[in-house]
Design a protein around this ligand. Sequence first.
Ligand code: ZN
Length: 110
Amino acid sequence: MKSFNYAITRHGSNAFNQSMCEQQYIDIISAPNRDAAEERAYAKGKDTVYANQWLSARLLSSLSKIDCELLEMAVYYEEEEVEAACIVCGKPIGKLPQWKAGYSWCGCVA
Ligand SMILES: [Zn+2]
């Protein structure tokens, strides 16, 4: 079956994961249709969707450029953490999300 990429939005503000924010992109899911995408999003995000929140899926190809950028940022935020090193001196600086690991430095930069 052919599948499409869907942008997953989490709706509903909650202090634990999206305080003062009514909706936020959280993921990209590949599925044959919108219902299946939403189903998969719920299955995957069951620990991060609270009682007052719900998920929706939108065809990735229907998003505007700015929405795509927001989505890209959101997906990077969810990325696994890696051992990061200072980009200047190479000293280990602990675990950081992948996207941030390539842009961080330690106290060596005055
Ligand atoms: Zn350094």
